[in-house]
Structures are given as structure tokens and as C-alpha cells.
Design a protein around this ligand. Sequence first.
Ligand code: AMP
Ligand code: MG
Length: 354
Amino acid sequence: MKAELVKLSAEHPDPEVIRRAGSILKKGGLVAFPTETVYGLGADALDPAASRRIYAAKGRPSDNPLIVHIADINDLSYLVKDIPEKALALSKAFWPGPLTMIFEKSEIVPKETTGGLDSVAVRFPSNKIAQELILAGGRYIAAPSANRSGSPSPTTAEHVAEDLGDSIDMILDGGESDVGLESTIVDFTEEIPVVLRPGYISLSMLQQVLGEVRMDQGLISDDSSVHPKAPGMKYRHYAPRADLIVVEGEEEAVVSAIIRMAREAVKRGELPGIIATEETFSRYQEGLVQCIGSRQDEESIARHLYHVLRSFDDSKASVIYSEAFYTPRMGQAIMNRLLKAAGHKVIQAKEEEE
Ligand code: AMP
Ligand code: MG
């Protein structure tokens, strides 16, 4: 099967295409579509066979649950047992948008969709193509990121075609994703809400609405026996083919360390990849240098991260050195993904390298 790829206007998606894509979903098929975070691989969330098709197409471990997407806040109560007051407040603040919330599931949601769990993750995306497709496809659409399991999430329709073009029915192309990182996940099945995955909506933005909220210990603990609560967060993820190494420290020391390591790689006859920023790009004279964005505009760094990681897969780069991006608001989310992509290989650049 070769997926049909259709370009759509982000503001005025062609209703005929949406209708056709919706009917594929209603029949149990798979349609990839743009959202403001990354591209999603959609299937009818209430149809166990359709959910199983998602796992098969992605090569996703069956214990890694899917997020159910809605496009009308009134549809939430159908999927969940109870909506805590605080979750309602959070939905008013950030829906539609890059926020996923976890609740106890209702009987209607099959365990094939929730990876066997009694809870369900729900999101209301702001992307117009996504919203119209969800409504046309039966209102409850399971949609993980539309990549092969383990590789960087797709932020363009071309990325989806590369990974899944042979195993799904249709790809809706709505241009490059705005945010570029997956949604923030907040778990409401515990007394105090817990962040299971950092994203565009930061901890302090959540605190302003919720008051008390904590980070999942599995995300921040140095103790490797403490596992993340979101099953998906324990897997190697987002990894480019080449070895990726993150270099941390003061900017000058980081640049000097990367220049030195790149030079050594070139001497060994290898092609090193480098992930730089607009501020440092021109400092690197050797290797394959990619600019991820500007430190003055952290959203540009988030938006380009997966694109840059994927770009090295088409090159001969054998090792990639990346600067670290502990930016003020999205730094936690960006570094969560980058460190996972690197398999937590980190080098501390020392002052004396300056
Ligand atoms: P993706 O669909 O690729 O964005 O990944 C969805 C993420 O949400 C994964 O890390 C899942 O483990 C997590 N997730 C989805 N549903 C649940 C749930 N019911 N409980 C905990 N984590 C969940
Ligand atoms: Mg994913």
C-alpha cells in the first residue's frame, strides 16, 4: 500500500479531502495529519482493530498507550469516568493546544488504545486540519506521532512519507509543525497533578493555573531504578542513526570543545555533524554544521530539533556533537528530547578549553 499524499490549506482545508480522509478513519484505516506539535498517525480510538494497526505500522511496543484526540470539549466526558475541577480549569486555559491530560477511562475506550491501562490520555489540538479530520472521522481519534517507533518525531509530511509511506492509507500535508515537540502531559489520576512529559506548556505555566503540580520522579531522578510513569518515556526515542553527544557547559567552553572534537574526528577520516545556533554557527569551520535556531528565540530551537536530527540521516556523518539548550521556558522539554536522542551521552566542557 502506498499512502496518498494530499496538500491542504492550513486555514481552509478542502472539505472534500477531509470527508474522504474521515471516511478512511471510520472504516478502520490510518491517516497521518498535521497538528501544532508534530504529525500524528490517526485511527478510530474506539475500534480495537484500528488501534492495533497503529502499533503494527509504527512498530510500537504494545504497552505504550495512545493519546485520544478530540475536537469538541463536550466529547471529553464520553471518554473518562470523572473530570476533576483542576483538569477543567487547565482545559479552559490551554485547550485547544499542546496539552494532554490523563484521566480514569470510561468503559467505551478499548484497552488496545490505552496499552492495557485503566487510564486514558486526551488532547484537543488547535490545528484546524486536525480538528476537522477528528470531527469527520468519528470524533475520537487515537494519534501517536507518525514516525517509525524510535526515530525522531515528524514535523513535516515528507518525514511521515519517509517513515510510513508504505504502511498507511493517507497523509494530509499541512506544512511544517508550529511547536515541533510533543504535547505536555499532565496526569490527573493522582491527588496532586503530575507532569509525565514536559512540552511547550512549561511547569510554571501549569503552576499558575493548578497551584501545586509536580514533575514525575522518573523524569528527573538520577536513580535509574525509578521509572517514568508514562510507558513511552522509558524507551530510546528520537535517535538519529549516527552517535549523538551533547556538550554542556559555558558557551565558550562548549564551542571550543566541539571544535576540538570535530577536528579529531576529521583527522580520523570521519565526517562529524555539529548542531549549532545562529549565535555560534560561523565559529565551526569543519564538519557538517546545522543551525537549529536562535538562543534569542527558543521556540525556533524546539521547532527545528527533529528536522535537524533527521537531516543527518541523509548524510555520511558518523558522530554528531550538539550544544545543550537549557533555554528559560522550553529548555526542560527540549533537553528531555535531546538527551533521550543521545541516549544520555553527555560531555561537560571545561573552562580551560577556552
Ligand atoms: P506519542 O503518542 O508518541 O506522543 O506518545 C504518547 C505518550 O503518552 C507516551 O509517552 C505514552 O506512554 C503516554 N501516555 C499515553 N497514555 C497514557 C496513560 N494512560 N498513562 C500514562 N502515559 C500515557
Ligand atoms: Mg512518539
